[in-house]
Design a protein around this ligand. Sequence first.
Ligand code: GDP
Ligand code: MG
Length: 252
Amino acid sequence: MPRDRLAAADAAGMRSAIAVVPTYNESEMLPRFLDTFLRDAPAFDLLIVDDASPDGTGKLADEAAAADPRVHVLHRSAKNGLGAAYRAGFAWAIDQRYEQVAQLDGDLSHPPAELVALADALGAGADVALGSRYVAGGRTAGWPIHRRALSRIGCAASSATLGLPYADLTGGFKLWTAEALQAIDVQTTTASGYVFQVETTQRAHRAGLVIAELPFTFVERLAGASKMRPAIALEGVGVVLALREDPWCPAA
Ligand SMILES: Nc1nc2c(ncn2[C@@H]2O[C@H](COP(=O)(O)OP(=O)(O)O)[C@@H](O)[C@H]2O)c(=O)[nH]1
Ligand SMILES: [Mg+2]
């Protein structure tokens, strides 16, 4: 954010930027994620939204919060999906008056250092910046062929079905202004799984927000396991079809 806007935000009692990171059974990745994030994204606070991970991720997050005032934790009572975790995290961040809200995975697939490029796009006038694997310069590293195919097909089919001109519609690396999250009424989104990413970008498009798409390299996790399941992919298909008729429309 440009310095004058930051100063104005300060004067209005706003805080500057935070990243919301949902976690479920990320105890193997969380310590590395925290080290990297706190070093590489110094302009951002961090909110971990943990769904009562049985592997103790929530306790690790609490320890990090006790050690560093930039780190905050939201504990939820059960695994309720990525969309629900993000809705809770966004509500918290807006309530705390953050000016910019990022979203990224807790397994370092979305490099925290790249938040600077997304923030520059907001500084240049975008309302939301999408980290994109599928624009020139972006890519995925370390994904097996079936994951690459699933992602590519998911992106292409969703953009074609919904008529949305974005290369990486299913990606989860984004930076929003708080106003943009409010403009899309993010609390009334309904997707529970990963298709939440499509639903929010579709709303941003319909609301006429300025959407920037910036290349980054998605790096497959080095430890821990993906929570992607066939049922989650299937929810995606159903929700994308339903989104063609989404009754939501932006406030006049
Ligand atoms: N709080 C919460 N986090 C989740 C849930 N499902 C996945 N995540 C987190 O969302 C992020 C992306 O999930 P991941 O398993 O890496 O998916 P993949 O990258 O598509 O294989 C990771 O930080 C996960 O821990 C969930 O139901 N609740
Ligand atoms: Mg992942």
